[in-house]
Design a protein around this ligand. Structure first.
Ligand code: MN
Length: 240
């Protein structure tokens, strides 16, 4: 039987050029067929994080199979600030699927995801910080419901988890509730590996830290996006 799967991603304006590459590479390389991708984005088009003015480009890159969902920013307003670092919580509120695969917007899909296991909750373990790593999350039916969504949102509001979604998941879910996924699904750009399915750029750490080998990969994929958009300048943005 087919496992009904979709992707999900948070996209804000500062991640836009990377999201272009991420979406195109998922579309071309995931091997999961014609599945939709949910895009969680800002609910106000006058905000600098909004991507409204360029949604058409994303649609082209994902062959019009994006499902755009505006995040109710009020739900994420804490300490007077709206913080998109938590918006991945929206993945638990996606209905009608057996499995949601959430990915960060700063990734390239380099190979097939057909072997991603069907689990209740799956993440890659991050050695240095000794916790599960958000950036590639598999959510199965057990946690795709309003109850989990509300509970995670509530947990996020605790002052002690102020920070990022990763802290919330590592606290809210017991370790034995999470299945550890292979590193190939969330390989960070400072790690060498022969089998990378999802290469995680870690945007915040800066492109200057990318090895020449990985810089080349980004160029190749940014060029593919440029070609698809008929010379939109993604390549120039990525690779000065
Ligand atoms: Mn990231």
């Amino acid at each position: 039987m087919d496992i009904k799967t979709c992707f999900a991603m948070v996209i804000t304006s500062n991640y836009f050029p990377m999201a272009q590459v991420a979406l195109r590479s998922l579309r071309l390389n995931s091997g999961l067929g014609d599945i939709p991708c949910y895009v969680f984005c800002f609910d106000r088009n006058d905000h600098y994080w909004s991507i409204d003015s360029r949604l058409d480009e994303l649609m082209v890159l994902y062959d019009n199979k994006l499902i755009v969902q505006r995040v109710d920013a009020k739900k994420y307003a804490q300490h007077g600030k709206v913080w998109p670092g938590y918006w991945s919580h929206e993945m638990f509120n996606i209905k009608g699927y057996d499995r949601v695969i959430f990915t960060d917007a700063d990734i390239i899909c380099l190979g097939s995801l057909t072997s991603v296991p069907v689990v209740d909750l799956g993440m890659v373990w991050e050695e240095p910080r000794n916790q599960f790593f958000v950036g590639f999350v598999v959510v199965g039916k057990k946690y795709l419901n309003t109850e989990t969504y509300e509970a995670v949102l509530k947990h996020q509001k605790k002052p002690e988890t102020w920070g990022r979604d990763q802290a919330v998941y590592n606290e809210y879910f017991r370790k034995d509730e999470v299945t550890e996924l292979d590193l190939k699904y969330n390989t960070v750009t400072n790690k060498k590996s022969d089998d990378i399915r999802m290469l995680h750029y870690i945007y915040k750490s800066g492109s200057g830290q990318l090895s020449p080998e990985y810089q080349k990969l980004w160029r190749v994929h940014a060029l593919a996006v440029d070609a698809e958009l008929k010379g939109a300048g993604v390549f120039r943005w990525h690779c000065r």
